[in-house]
Design a binder for this molecule. Structure first.
Ligand SMILES: *Cc1c(COP(=O)(O)O)cnc(C)c1O
Length: 420
Protein backbone atom coordinates (compact mmCIF):
# COMPACT_ATOMS: atom_id res chain seq x y z
CA UNK A 1 0.00 0.00 0.00
CA UNK A 2 1.04 3.61 -0.61
CA UNK A 3 1.55 6.14 2.18
CA UNK A 4 -1.81 7.95 2.05
CA UNK A 5 -3.64 4.62 2.32
CA UNK A 6 -1.40 3.44 5.16
CA UNK A 7 -2.01 6.72 7.00
CA UNK A 8 -5.77 6.15 6.95
CA UNK A 9 -6.03 2.40 7.51
CA UNK A 10 -2.87 0.59 8.57
CA UNK A 11 -2.69 -1.20 11.91
CA UNK A 12 -6.37 -1.03 12.85
CA UNK A 13 -8.54 -4.15 12.74
CA UNK A 14 -12.06 -3.07 13.54
CA UNK A 15 -13.45 -4.73 16.63
CA UNK A 16 -17.04 -6.02 17.16
CA UNK A 17 -18.44 -2.47 17.32
CA UNK A 18 -17.00 -1.74 13.87
CA UNK A 19 -16.02 1.78 14.89
CA UNK A 20 -14.56 3.80 12.05
CA UNK A 21 -12.39 5.70 14.53
CA UNK A 22 -9.70 3.86 16.45
CA UNK A 23 -11.18 3.59 19.99
CA UNK A 24 -9.39 5.49 22.77
CA UNK A 25 -8.54 2.84 25.36
CA UNK A 26 -8.29 5.00 28.47
CA UNK A 27 -7.23 2.20 30.77
CA UNK A 28 -4.30 1.57 33.05
CA UNK A 29 -4.46 -2.22 33.06
CA UNK A 30 -5.97 -5.28 31.35
CA UNK A 31 -7.52 -8.44 32.76
CA UNK A 32 -5.68 -11.77 32.27
CA UNK A 33 -7.54 -14.98 31.40
CA UNK A 34 -5.92 -16.74 34.35
CA UNK A 35 -2.62 -16.85 36.22
CA UNK A 36 -0.98 -19.03 33.54
CA UNK A 37 -1.88 -16.44 30.90
CA UNK A 38 -0.44 -13.70 33.11
CA UNK A 39 2.75 -15.71 33.60
CA UNK A 40 3.14 -16.21 29.82
CA UNK A 41 2.72 -12.47 29.19
CA UNK A 42 5.24 -11.52 31.86
CA UNK A 43 7.72 -14.08 30.55
CA UNK A 44 7.28 -12.63 27.01
CA UNK A 45 6.18 -16.03 25.69
CA UNK A 46 3.00 -14.47 24.42
CA UNK A 47 2.18 -10.95 23.22
CA UNK A 48 -0.62 -9.08 24.91
CA UNK A 49 -1.66 -6.18 27.09
CA UNK A 50 -0.31 -5.94 30.62
CA UNK A 51 -0.16 -2.32 31.78
CA UNK A 52 -0.39 0.92 29.78
CA UNK A 53 3.09 2.08 30.82
CA UNK A 54 4.52 -0.54 28.41
CA UNK A 55 1.74 -0.75 25.84
CA UNK A 56 -1.79 0.33 24.94
CA UNK A 57 -4.03 -0.69 21.99
CA UNK A 58 -4.72 2.90 20.82
CA UNK A 59 -1.03 3.78 21.00
CA UNK A 60 -0.18 0.54 19.22
CA UNK A 61 -2.17 1.59 16.13
CA UNK A 62 -0.23 4.85 15.96
CA UNK A 63 3.07 2.99 16.38
CA UNK A 64 2.25 0.55 13.56
CA UNK A 65 1.12 3.36 11.27
CA UNK A 66 4.11 5.68 11.72
CA UNK A 67 6.45 2.69 11.44
CA UNK A 68 4.87 1.65 8.11
CA UNK A 69 5.04 5.20 6.72
CA UNK A 70 8.70 5.59 7.74
CA UNK A 71 9.50 2.08 6.31
CA UNK A 72 10.54 0.77 9.73
CA UNK A 73 9.84 -2.61 11.28
CA UNK A 74 8.48 -1.25 14.56
CA UNK A 75 7.96 1.96 16.52
CA UNK A 76 7.58 3.16 20.08
CA UNK A 77 5.52 6.23 21.01
CA UNK A 78 6.66 8.35 23.96
CA UNK A 79 5.35 11.24 26.05
CA UNK A 80 7.42 13.84 24.16
CA UNK A 81 9.98 14.28 21.42
CA UNK A 82 12.70 14.76 24.04
CA UNK A 83 11.72 11.46 25.69
CA UNK A 84 12.00 9.73 22.29
CA UNK A 85 15.48 11.19 21.73
CA UNK A 86 16.62 10.37 25.26
CA UNK A 87 15.38 6.76 25.00
CA UNK A 88 16.91 6.24 21.56
CA UNK A 89 20.26 7.45 22.91
CA UNK A 90 20.16 5.69 26.27
CA UNK A 91 19.27 2.41 24.53
CA UNK A 92 22.81 2.50 23.09
CA UNK A 93 25.10 4.02 25.72
CA UNK A 94 26.62 3.24 29.06
CA UNK A 95 28.87 5.29 31.34
CA UNK A 96 32.21 6.02 29.66
CA UNK A 97 30.85 5.99 26.09
CA UNK A 98 30.70 8.87 23.64
CA UNK A 99 28.21 10.17 21.07
CA UNK A 100 28.79 12.24 17.93
CA UNK A 101 26.22 14.93 17.23
CA UNK A 102 25.63 17.39 14.43
CA UNK A 103 26.69 20.92 15.36
CA UNK A 104 23.28 22.05 14.05
CA UNK A 105 20.65 20.46 16.27
CA UNK A 106 17.51 21.39 18.18
CA UNK A 107 18.49 23.21 21.41
CA UNK A 108 17.04 20.51 23.68
CA UNK A 109 19.05 17.82 21.89
CA UNK A 110 22.24 19.85 22.35
CA UNK A 111 21.73 20.37 26.08
CA UNK A 112 20.69 16.71 26.56
CA UNK A 113 23.89 15.47 24.95
CA UNK A 114 26.39 18.06 26.13
CA UNK A 115 25.06 18.83 29.63
CA UNK A 116 22.60 16.29 31.04
CA UNK A 117 24.30 13.15 29.71
CA UNK A 118 27.65 14.49 30.94
CA UNK A 119 26.37 13.71 34.44
CA UNK A 120 26.32 10.05 33.39
CA UNK A 121 29.89 10.23 32.09
CA UNK A 122 28.93 10.47 28.42
CA UNK A 123 31.06 12.65 26.16
CA UNK A 124 29.49 14.50 23.20
CA UNK A 125 31.57 15.43 20.15
CA UNK A 126 30.37 17.75 17.38
CA UNK A 127 30.70 17.23 13.64
CA UNK A 128 29.74 19.24 10.57
CA UNK A 129 27.06 17.42 8.54
CA UNK A 130 28.44 18.94 5.34
CA UNK A 131 31.91 17.60 6.09
CA UNK A 132 31.28 13.96 7.11
CA UNK A 133 34.97 13.03 6.70
CA UNK A 134 35.38 14.46 10.21
CA UNK A 135 33.62 11.34 11.47
CA UNK A 136 36.63 9.17 10.56
CA UNK A 137 38.69 11.09 13.12
CA UNK A 138 35.95 11.22 15.76
CA UNK A 139 34.71 7.62 15.84
CA UNK A 140 36.46 5.35 18.35
CA UNK A 141 35.58 2.06 20.07
CA UNK A 142 33.46 3.92 22.65
CA UNK A 143 31.35 5.73 20.05
CA UNK A 144 27.77 4.47 20.16
CA UNK A 145 25.83 6.74 17.85
CA UNK A 146 25.72 9.64 15.41
CA UNK A 147 22.78 12.03 15.81
CA UNK A 148 21.59 14.25 12.95
CA UNK A 149 18.43 16.13 11.90
CA UNK A 150 17.10 15.77 8.33
CA UNK A 151 16.22 19.50 8.36
CA UNK A 152 17.78 21.04 11.46
CA UNK A 153 15.72 23.21 13.83
CA UNK A 154 16.35 26.18 13.68
CA UNK A 155 19.40 26.22 11.36
CA UNK A 156 17.55 24.37 8.50
CA UNK A 157 20.73 22.47 7.63
CA UNK A 158 20.27 19.38 5.45
CA UNK A 159 23.01 16.74 5.95
CA UNK A 160 25.14 15.00 3.33
CA UNK A 161 23.36 11.72 4.16
CA UNK A 162 25.21 9.33 1.82
CA UNK A 163 28.71 9.89 3.22
CA UNK A 164 27.53 9.98 6.84
CA UNK A 165 25.76 6.65 6.38
CA UNK A 166 28.65 5.09 4.49
CA UNK A 167 31.21 6.05 7.15
CA UNK A 168 28.91 4.96 10.00
CA UNK A 169 28.39 1.62 8.28
CA UNK A 170 32.11 1.04 7.92
CA UNK A 171 32.53 1.53 11.69
CA UNK A 172 29.25 -0.22 12.65
CA UNK A 173 27.92 2.86 14.45
CA UNK A 174 24.16 3.45 14.69
CA UNK A 175 22.85 6.61 12.97
CA UNK A 176 19.83 8.33 14.57
CA UNK A 177 17.97 10.94 12.51
CA UNK A 178 15.43 13.40 13.93
CA UNK A 179 12.87 13.75 11.11
CA UNK A 180 10.55 16.25 12.84
CA UNK A 181 10.64 19.08 10.28
CA UNK A 182 10.87 17.13 7.00
CA UNK A 183 8.37 14.42 8.14
CA UNK A 184 8.33 11.04 6.32
CA UNK A 185 6.80 12.80 3.30
CA UNK A 186 9.79 15.13 2.97
CA UNK A 187 12.33 12.32 3.35
CA UNK A 188 12.37 8.73 4.58
CA UNK A 189 15.72 8.49 6.37
CA UNK A 190 15.48 4.67 6.59
CA UNK A 191 15.45 4.48 2.77
CA UNK A 192 18.74 6.39 2.82
CA UNK A 193 20.26 3.93 5.33
CA UNK A 194 19.51 5.60 8.68
CA UNK A 195 19.08 3.00 11.46
CA UNK A 196 16.80 4.83 13.89
CA UNK A 197 14.35 7.69 13.20
CA UNK A 198 12.94 9.91 15.95
CA UNK A 199 10.22 12.56 15.89
CA UNK A 200 8.81 15.28 18.00
CA UNK A 201 5.23 14.35 17.09
CA UNK A 202 4.18 17.58 18.85
CA UNK A 203 4.95 19.41 15.59
CA UNK A 204 3.75 18.33 12.11
CA UNK A 205 2.47 14.87 13.04
CA UNK A 206 -0.18 16.11 15.46
CA UNK A 207 -0.34 19.16 13.23
CA UNK A 208 -2.41 21.66 15.15
CA UNK A 209 -0.39 22.32 18.27
CA UNK A 210 -2.67 20.22 20.48
CA UNK A 211 -0.36 17.66 22.16
CA UNK A 212 3.21 16.91 23.21
CA UNK A 213 4.36 13.51 21.92
CA UNK A 214 7.26 11.66 20.33
CA UNK A 215 8.19 8.41 18.65
CA UNK A 216 11.13 6.18 17.72
CA UNK A 217 11.22 3.99 14.59
CA UNK A 218 13.64 1.10 13.96
CA UNK A 219 14.94 0.24 10.47
CA UNK A 220 14.86 -3.42 9.42
CA UNK A 221 18.67 -3.44 9.13
CA UNK A 222 19.52 -1.79 12.49
CA UNK A 223 19.95 -5.27 13.94
CA UNK A 224 23.04 -5.89 11.78
CA UNK A 225 24.92 -3.21 13.73
CA UNK A 226 23.36 -4.18 17.06
CA UNK A 227 24.80 -7.69 16.62
CA UNK A 228 28.38 -6.39 16.79
CA UNK A 229 30.59 -6.08 19.89
CA UNK A 230 29.87 -2.36 20.03
CA UNK A 231 26.43 -3.07 21.54
CA UNK A 232 26.82 -5.82 24.18
CA UNK A 233 23.46 -4.98 25.81
CA UNK A 234 21.70 -6.51 22.78
CA UNK A 235 23.84 -9.67 22.74
CA UNK A 236 24.21 -10.46 26.42
CA UNK A 237 21.51 -11.73 28.82
CA UNK A 238 19.21 -9.15 30.42
CA UNK A 239 18.93 -10.29 34.02
CA UNK A 240 15.73 -8.29 34.50
CA UNK A 241 14.05 -10.72 32.04
CA UNK A 242 15.54 -14.04 33.21
CA UNK A 243 18.52 -13.84 30.88
CA UNK A 244 16.68 -12.71 27.73
CA UNK A 245 19.00 -11.84 24.81
CA UNK A 246 17.31 -9.13 22.69
CA UNK A 247 19.03 -10.04 19.43
CA UNK A 248 18.07 -13.71 19.81
CA UNK A 249 14.48 -13.16 20.80
CA UNK A 250 13.44 -10.25 18.55
CA UNK A 251 13.56 -9.11 14.93
CA UNK A 252 13.10 -5.58 16.34
CA UNK A 253 15.63 -5.63 19.20
CA UNK A 254 15.98 -1.84 19.41
CA UNK A 255 12.28 -1.11 19.93
CA UNK A 256 11.83 -4.24 22.07
CA UNK A 257 14.52 -3.10 24.49
CA UNK A 258 13.32 0.52 24.45
CA UNK A 259 9.86 -0.66 25.43
CA UNK A 260 10.64 -3.56 27.77
CA UNK A 261 13.55 -2.02 29.65
CA UNK A 262 13.50 1.77 29.15
CA UNK A 263 9.79 2.53 29.08
CA UNK A 264 9.31 0.05 31.94
CA UNK A 265 11.93 1.78 34.11
CA UNK A 266 11.93 5.44 32.98
CA UNK A 267 8.20 5.56 32.27
CA UNK A 268 7.68 8.56 29.92
CA UNK A 269 4.62 6.90 28.41
CA UNK A 270 2.23 8.67 26.04
CA UNK A 271 -1.41 9.14 27.03
CA UNK A 272 -3.79 7.01 24.88
CA UNK A 273 -5.75 10.21 24.23
CA UNK A 274 -2.64 11.86 22.76
CA UNK A 275 -1.99 8.77 20.62
CA UNK A 276 -5.49 9.22 19.23
CA UNK A 277 -4.72 12.88 18.42
CA UNK A 278 -1.61 11.71 16.56
CA UNK A 279 -3.76 9.31 14.53
CA UNK A 280 -5.99 12.25 13.56
CA UNK A 281 -2.90 14.18 12.50
CA UNK A 282 -1.45 11.32 10.46
CA UNK A 283 -4.65 11.06 8.41
CA UNK A 284 -3.80 14.25 6.51
CA UNK A 285 -0.10 14.86 7.20
CA UNK A 286 0.68 14.05 3.55
CA UNK A 287 -1.60 16.89 2.39
CA UNK A 288 -0.52 19.37 5.04
CA UNK A 289 3.22 19.03 4.62
CA UNK A 290 2.93 19.73 0.91
CA UNK A 291 0.95 22.90 1.64
CA UNK A 292 3.24 24.03 4.50
CA UNK A 293 6.25 23.54 2.22
CA UNK A 294 4.72 25.27 -0.82
CA UNK A 295 3.64 28.23 1.32
CA UNK A 296 7.09 28.42 2.91
CA UNK A 297 8.87 28.49 -0.44
CA UNK A 298 6.58 31.26 -1.74
CA UNK A 299 7.21 33.30 1.39
CA UNK A 300 10.97 32.69 1.23
CA UNK A 301 10.95 33.91 -2.40
CA UNK A 302 8.93 37.00 -1.47
CA UNK A 303 11.30 37.85 1.39
CA UNK A 304 14.32 37.36 -0.85
CA UNK A 305 13.13 40.12 -3.19
CA UNK A 306 12.35 42.61 -0.39
CA UNK A 307 14.99 45.39 -0.13
CA UNK A 308 14.85 45.54 3.68
CA UNK A 309 15.74 41.85 4.10
CA UNK A 310 19.43 40.99 4.42
CA UNK A 311 19.24 37.21 4.12
CA UNK A 312 16.63 34.46 3.82
CA UNK A 313 17.15 30.80 4.80
CA UNK A 314 15.09 27.99 3.27
CA UNK A 315 16.63 24.77 1.91
CA UNK A 316 14.78 24.99 -1.44
CA UNK A 317 15.96 28.53 -2.23
CA UNK A 318 18.59 28.32 -4.96
CA UNK A 319 20.76 30.76 -3.01
CA UNK A 320 20.70 28.62 0.16
CA UNK A 321 23.82 26.69 1.22
CA UNK A 322 21.61 23.61 1.67
CA UNK A 323 20.07 23.77 -1.82
CA UNK A 324 22.15 20.97 -3.37
CA UNK A 325 21.45 18.65 -0.42
CA UNK A 326 17.74 19.54 -0.41
CA UNK A 327 17.53 18.75 -4.14
CA UNK A 328 19.33 15.46 -3.64
CA UNK A 329 17.50 14.14 -0.59
CA UNK A 330 14.23 15.99 0.10
CA UNK A 331 10.83 16.06 -1.50
CA UNK A 332 9.58 18.71 0.94
CA UNK A 333 11.54 20.79 3.46
CA UNK A 334 8.65 21.69 5.78
CA UNK A 335 7.35 25.12 6.79
CA UNK A 336 10.23 26.74 8.66
CA UNK A 337 11.76 29.85 7.10
CA UNK A 338 14.14 32.26 8.77
CA UNK A 339 15.28 35.71 7.66
CA UNK A 340 17.56 38.43 8.82
CA UNK A 341 16.97 42.17 9.04
CA UNK A 342 19.38 44.99 9.89
CA UNK A 343 19.36 44.80 13.69
CA UNK A 344 17.80 43.68 16.97
CA UNK A 345 15.27 46.54 17.16
CA UNK A 346 13.95 46.09 13.60
CA UNK A 347 13.52 42.35 14.14
CA UNK A 348 11.70 42.91 17.40
CA UNK A 349 9.41 45.50 15.83
CA UNK A 350 8.58 43.41 12.78
CA UNK A 351 7.47 40.56 15.02
CA UNK A 352 5.43 43.05 17.06
CA UNK A 353 3.71 44.41 13.94
CA UNK A 354 2.64 41.02 12.57
CA UNK A 355 -1.12 40.47 12.78
CA UNK A 356 -1.73 36.91 11.52
CA UNK A 357 1.50 35.37 12.80
CA UNK A 358 1.51 34.73 16.57
CA UNK A 359 4.58 35.23 18.74
CA UNK A 360 5.05 31.64 19.91
CA UNK A 361 7.99 29.31 20.63
CA UNK A 362 6.76 26.33 18.66
CA UNK A 363 6.78 25.03 15.11
CA UNK A 364 4.57 22.82 12.95
CA UNK A 365 1.23 24.31 13.97
CA UNK A 366 -1.47 24.78 11.31
CA UNK A 367 -1.40 28.47 12.36
CA UNK A 368 1.55 30.65 11.41
CA UNK A 369 4.03 31.45 14.18
CA UNK A 370 6.95 33.86 14.49
CA UNK A 371 9.79 34.16 16.97
CA UNK A 372 12.67 36.54 17.51
CA UNK A 373 15.26 34.23 19.12
CA UNK A 374 17.60 37.04 20.28
CA UNK A 375 14.92 38.57 22.55
CA UNK A 376 13.38 35.25 23.66
CA UNK A 377 14.95 31.76 23.50
CA UNK A 378 18.53 33.04 23.07
CA UNK A 379 18.17 36.17 25.24
CA UNK A 380 21.04 35.28 27.61
CA UNK A 381 23.65 35.13 24.81
CA UNK A 382 25.99 38.02 23.95
CA UNK A 383 26.24 39.52 20.46
CA UNK A 384 29.30 37.35 19.72
CA UNK A 385 27.68 34.20 21.12
CA UNK A 386 24.56 34.82 19.02
CA UNK A 387 26.67 35.08 15.84
CA UNK A 388 28.54 31.87 16.72
CA UNK A 389 25.28 30.01 17.35
CA UNK A 390 24.04 31.06 13.91
CA UNK A 391 21.34 33.22 15.49
CA UNK A 392 22.16 36.83 14.59
CA UNK A 393 20.33 39.59 16.51
CA UNK A 394 18.23 40.47 13.48
CA UNK A 395 17.04 36.90 12.82
CA UNK A 396 13.33 36.07 12.76
CA UNK A 397 12.11 32.48 12.55
CA UNK A 398 8.76 31.74 10.95
CA UNK A 399 6.72 28.55 11.10
CA UNK A 400 4.48 28.89 8.07
CA UNK A 401 0.96 27.62 8.64
CA UNK A 402 -1.93 26.68 6.39
CA UNK A 403 -3.56 30.13 6.02
CA UNK A 404 -3.86 31.58 2.51
CA UNK A 405 -0.31 32.39 1.49
CA UNK A 406 -1.30 35.78 -0.01
CA UNK A 407 -2.61 36.90 3.38
CA UNK A 408 0.62 35.77 5.03
CA UNK A 409 2.73 37.67 2.48
CA UNK A 410 0.59 40.82 2.99
CA UNK A 411 1.01 40.51 6.76
CA UNK A 412 4.80 40.23 6.42
CA UNK A 413 5.00 43.08 3.89
CA UNK A 414 2.95 45.40 6.13
CA UNK A 415 4.97 44.55 9.23
CA UNK A 416 8.30 45.06 7.43
CA UNK A 417 7.24 48.36 5.82
CA UNK A 418 5.83 49.75 9.05
CA UNK A 419 9.20 49.14 10.70
CA UNK A 420 12.24 51.36 10.23
C1 LIG B 1 10.45 20.34 19.26
C2 LIG B 1 11.56 19.47 18.84
C3 LIG B 1 12.06 18.46 19.67
C4 LIG B 1 11.52 18.25 21.08
O1 LIG B 1 10.25 17.69 21.04
P1 LIG B 1 9.15 17.86 22.22
O2 LIG B 1 7.99 17.11 21.67
O3 LIG B 1 8.92 19.32 22.40
O4 LIG B 1 9.74 17.21 23.43
C5 LIG B 1 13.06 17.66 19.18
N1 LIG B 1 13.56 17.82 17.96
C6 LIG B 1 13.13 18.80 17.13
C7 LIG B 1 13.74 18.95 15.78
C8 LIG B 1 12.11 19.65 17.54
O5 LIG B 1 11.68 20.62 16.71
Amino acid sequence: MKDATLALHYGYDKDKQKTMQVPIYMTTAYEYEDTDHAARLFDLQEEGNIYTRIGNPTTRVFEKRISAIERGIDALATASGMAAIFYAISNLIKSGDNVIISDKLYGGSITLNTQTLKQFNIEAKYFNVHNPEELNELIDEKTKLILIESVANPALTVPEFDSIIEIAKRHNVIVICDNTIATPYGVKPIELGVDIVVHSASKYIVGNGSAIAGCIIEAPFAKEKLKTDRYPQFNEPDESYHGLVYNEKFENPFIARARLALLRDYGAVISPFNSWLLLQGLEHLHLRIKEHSNNALKIAKFLETHPKIKKVNYPFLETDVNYAYAKKYLKYAGGIVSFEVENYESAKNIVKNLKIFSLVTNIGDSKSLATHPASTTHQQLSHEELEAAGVPEGLIRLSIGLEDVDDLIDDLRNAIEKTN
